[in-house]
Design a protein around this ligand. Structure first.
Ligand SMILES: [Zn+2]
Length: 509
């Protein structure tokens, strides 16, 4: 029987009175967790993270022998964490390493990191072991931000100087470059870049040897002088009362529009230098996340389907949570595609794996209405987990019904309770979203719940906005969620909705 896959043992969570249920088939049912959840020791869960950058650590005293590869990972919450692969394990992973790529990682060790030269705020780091699985996620369910920096301004850099505690990042305007690199390069090389940080304070960034040569050569190969520099993992030093920034082996340099952060400073500098408004909106089809009404969104995709992903902000009321579409599914922990349940296991068609490891993820469809039109929005795992501060697997355990698979179980009250509430959504539009039979908008972020949103005058606002069943503050009241009160209330308001929608449609037509 398939229900035996989810035999449940109950344990008591030490930090609350909640009776928590954990499935016994741990191997079959791994958890996707956040980097901030990691604890020292062996980790049997899965993390999904973007590899921001990686670099080699070599032993200069032993002829430049490769010791390990350092990596900087970032998850959906923008938590940064350092990770390392020892040189002897590198052949197993090397071919898959690509900056910017998203991976699922499991079976690694979590260790405390050294208290000096830290690349991330976390006190922990990930070490790859022989049992580590490291797979490219080509189609991640939760959008992970493209970049993450730890920018520090001048006074913060002065505070960190000579402490050797943190290796922060900087962004600024390139004012001057002095280089000792000759053509062809000789043994000792150094480049000194004068960088103007915010508040117009200038500091000197020094790069040495191979990094100096590559900086010099890249600059020489550029058509015009770059305006903006982003430099990562620099070590601030006070020398003779002045601040100097030294590159480290982890330093990467990006120019102008190579990063989003650099791009926005670039356009501000262009605007300042020309005295004209920034040309950014003219140069790109979109410059930032613009607000749009649902009618505009619908119009946008029918008249001009986007060739690339575009995000918009859209404020609307959840007029219906589509309960019949379910609220979660079992995803392949390697490729994140939906798994097929067989009698004794899960099968992944994409990975051709008849015994795939599944993880439970949210997928909630909802009809969102503003005073212009309505649209179907889909919230995936990262968005729902963040909003309710509760993972799909935890929700399934809290609400477990005997003999019912989680993905077929009743919608949790806090999900159903989104009905009637107004949120500002960040919506991602891709051409994939719009085929003849498939018109949905993917929610990439819920910015906020809008308090006391004025109800449009022509909508029969039958929703009961008495929020006592709301679990969005991250706590679940066992008594309330167990009573079914939330479900009852939301189905009551759902029953009223169609009339309101019909009136609205009539008005628009
Ligand atoms: Zn798969």
């Amino acid at each position: 029987m398939s229900s035996s896959l989810f035999q449940l043992n109950s344990i008591t969570r030490s930090d609350s009175s909640i009776r928590f249920l954990i499935p016994s088939g741990v191997d079959l049912y791994k958890y996707v967790i956040f980097l901030s959840d990691l604890k020292p020791g062996k980790c049997s869960s899965v993390v999904e993270a973007r590899l921001l950058r990686f670099w080699e650590a070599r032993n200069v005293k032993r002829g430049g022998e490769l010791m390990w590869v350092d990596m900087l990972l970032m998850d959906v919450n923008s938590t940064l964490m350092q990770a390392t692969i020892n040189a002897n394990r590198l052949p197993k992973f090397q071919d898959r390493l690509a900056a910017g790529t998203i991976y699922s990682v499991s079976g690694f060790d979590v260790a405390r990191c050294a208290q000096n030269f830290k690349l991330a705020d976390s006190s922990l780091m990930i070490r790859f072991s022989d049992s580590t699985e490291f797979d490219v996620l080509s189609d991640p369910v939760s959008p992970i931000p493209a970049e993450g920096f730890r920018f520090r301004n001048q006074s913060e850099l002065v505070g960190l100087a000579n402490t050797n505690t943190h290796l922060p990042d900087i962004i600024g305007e390139i004012v001057l470059v002095k280089s000792t690199v000759s053509d062809p390069p000789e043994d000792k090389n150094r480049v000194m870049v004068t960088v103007k940080l915010e508040n117009d304070v200038s500091v000197t960034l020094s790069l040495f040897d191979a990094q100096a040569v590559s900086f010099h050569q890249k600059l020489g190969g550029m058509c015009g002088d770059p305006k903006v520099i982003v430099a990562t993992s620099i070590n601030p030093k006070m020398v003779g009362g002045r601040l100097f920034l030294n590159a480290t082996s982890g330093t990467h340099v990006y120019y102008d529009k190579e990063t989003h952060a650099g791009e926005s400073l670039f356009y501000r500098l262009v605007a300042r230098d020309t005295g004209l408004p920034s040309a950014a909106p003219l140069l790109r089809s979109y410059a930032k996340v613009e607000p749009m009404t649902i009618a505009e969104l619908n119009n946008f995709i029918t008249t001009d389907p986007p060739q690339q992903e575009i995000d918009f902000l859209c404020t609307g009321r959840v007029s219906r949570v589509e309960a019949d579409k379910g609220w979660c599914y079992v995803a392949c922990s390697k490729c994140s595609k939906k798994l097929q349940r067989t009698v004794t296991s899960f099968e992944c068609a994409r990975c051709s794996n008849p015994h795939a490891v599944g993880s439970l993820r949210y997928r909630v469809e909802m009809v969102v209405t503003d005073d212009t039109a309505e649209g179907t929005f889909v919230c995936f795992d990262g968005v729902m987990t963040k909003l309710h501060n509760l993972r799909a697997s935890e929700a399934a355990q809290l609400l477990a019904e005997e003999g019912v698979n989680p993905e077929e179980s009743a919608m949790p009250p806090f999900v159903a309770g989104m009905e009637g509430k107004t949120y500002t959504f960040q919506v991602r539009v891709t051409s994939y979203n719009f085929t003849v039979n498939h018109q949905t908008f993917t929610v990439s972020r819920i910015i906020n719940e809008v308090e006391h949103a004025p109800a449009p005058d022509f909508v029969d606002d039958g929703g009961d906005d008495n929020d006592d069943d709301d679990a969005s503050n991250g706590t679940i009241d066992r008594e309330k969620s167990g009573s079914g009160k939330g479900i009852c209330e939301s189905s009551k308001s759902a029953g009223k909705e169609p009339a309101g929608n019909m009136r609205k449609r009539a008005r628009i037509a």
